[in-house]
Design a protein around this ligand. Structure first.
Ligand SMILES: Cc1cc2nc3c(=O)[nH]c(=O)nc-3n(C[C@H](O)[C@H](O)[C@H](O)COP(=O)(O)O)c2cc1C
Length: 421
């Protein structure tokens, strides 16, 4: 940076070229109960993605709250080894945040109590899952259709959390004709949730189309608890735009960081640092943003890929870690000239050495392609007709929890279905 501004032109899509950086004091840290998060940025829970290795990688670029992938309460409580591994963390992770999935208040209460005993600092409840197997049994995004049932679940969380903040994450509704986020906001605030995250798409939309930021603004003006806006944060400047347009208290970043963990560095840049007020009086205030550096070139990205792969191998063992890395190789190299030709081979890697050998042929000087900024690296663009249990809408006042899976075999089938969504 020199006195006239940044040394480089802003690397951003047309929508973001002129977006002003955060002004000093413009945004507040995100307050979740007693937790203060600055910048007000949350890594979205993503199944198969936000395990400890990826959370740690993202955190190494910039601060925020980094949420685990959803952990099924039944699998966790029954001691299923894979579920326990996915819920686990390491001593360097703080705050530690876990998303849970269940539609049973007893399981939810018990799981929250155990997580809090383990030192978890934040628990989120997934009330937005659109997977057919889940909604067809009345779980996931079908739960807010029954506000009294949702109330039981949130109450069970808050009661066993011992002061640790609990939040919920919901979608806009089932489809355009059945929206649920207003009821969900009311229930979340009445039952003791510290915030509500809104993925501003319906379950019918899945990941298709643009998120409806107006719904985030509407929710913000309707509830007194903090609102986390979610949907289409592809560039750091989108976060500023979303917060300005909706008044929301923080943003949840999903697909935008897949293969782009440095997005968290860019977010930290545009929001800027915190500092104590002059004279040490009053609340520390954010200082105002700075222009982010351009994204890394391919050589630096291959170094990040190696770090990520090594961390996955350390966490899951080399065989499973490298299998997991296969999908990431497409996400990291998306849009780079010549990478498509390598992709088949990258998807067959068995060892870290295989990965190294393939990455060595890529051109380290290739610049990050602008066309790769706003593309979805996961989940297709299809939509769905949401399956609900027979007669579900006739009993919206009912608070009976749907049946949960019980045997280990059932839980594993359930977890496979959840991960397929
Ligand atoms: C691969 C993948 C897995 C996901 N898994 C979960 C999950 O476990 N829990 C959840 O609440 N949402 C999950 N989601 C939804 C995201 O948390 C987020 O709401 C969604 O991607 C919208 O944000 P975006 O437009 O920034 O991607 C998942 C999304 C993706 C792409």
């Amino acid at each position: 940076m020199n006195a006239d501004g940044p040394e480089h032109a802003r690397f951003a899509s047309a929508a973001n070229r002129d977006v002003p950086l955060a002004r000093p004091g413009e945004f507040r840290p995100l307050a979740l109960g007693s937790l203060r998060i600055w910048p007000p940025v949350v890594l979205a829970p993503m199944a198969g993605v936000t395990n400890y290795p990826f959370r740690a990688l993202c955190r190494s670029f910039g601060a925020g709250l980094f949420v685990s992938e959803m952990i099924t309460a039944r699998g966790f409580l029954m001691g299923n080894s894979r579920t326990i591994l996915l819920a686990s963390s390491r001593a360097d992770e703080s705050p530690r945040s876990v998303q849970i999935y269940s539609s049973d208040p007893v399981d939810i209460g018990e799981m929250v109590a155990r997580l809090v005993d383990q030192g978890v600092h934040h628990v989120d409840l997934n009330l937005g899952c659109p997977v057919p197997k889940v909604t067809a049994s009345g779980g996931g995004s079908a739960i807010p259709v029954k506000p009294k049932l949702m109330a039981r679940l949130v109450r069970a969380m808050a009661k066993r959390a011992n002061g640790v903040p609990v939040t919920v994450k919901v979608r806009k509704g089932i489809d355009e004709s059945l929206s649920t986020f207003r009821d969900a906001g009311r229930v979340a605030s009445e039952e003791g949730a510290s915030a509500i995250g809104l993925h501003a798409r319906t379950a019918a939309q899945l990941y298709h189309g643009e998120a409806d930021w107006n719904a985030i603004g509407e929710l913000k003006s309707a509830v007194s608890i903090p609102v986390l806006g979610n949907g289409d944060i592809w560039e750091a400047f989108d976060a500023l735009r979303m917060m300005r347009a909706t008044g929301c208290d923080g943003v949840i970043v999903g697909r935008g960081c897949l293969g782009r963990p440095w997005l968290f560095r860019e977010l930290a840049d545009v929001f800027g640092d915190e500092r104590a007020e002059p004279g040490g009086r009053g609340e520390p205030g954010p200082l105002g943003g700075r222009e982010p550096a351009p994204p890394p070139r391919l050589g630096e990205i291959t170094q990040i890929m190696r770090r990520h792969a090594a961390a996955l191998a350390e966490f899951f063992g080399e065989k499973v870690g490298v299998q997991q890395m296969r999908k990431w190789t497409s996400w990291y190299t998306k849009g780079f000239p010549g990478s498509a030709a390598l992709r088949d081979r990258l998807h067959r890697i068995e060892t870290l050495a295989d990965l190294d050998a393939l990455l060595a042929v890529l051109d380290p000087d290739a610049p990050f392609p602008e066309s790769a900024l706003r593309v979805s690296r996961a989940k297709g663009g299809r939509t769905q007709r949401v399956s609900l249990p027979h007669g579900y809408l006739a009993h919206r006042d009912d608070d009976t929890p749907p049946r949960s899976p019980h045997s280990l075999a059932e839980i594993e089938a359930w977890e496979r279905a959840l991960n397929s969504g």
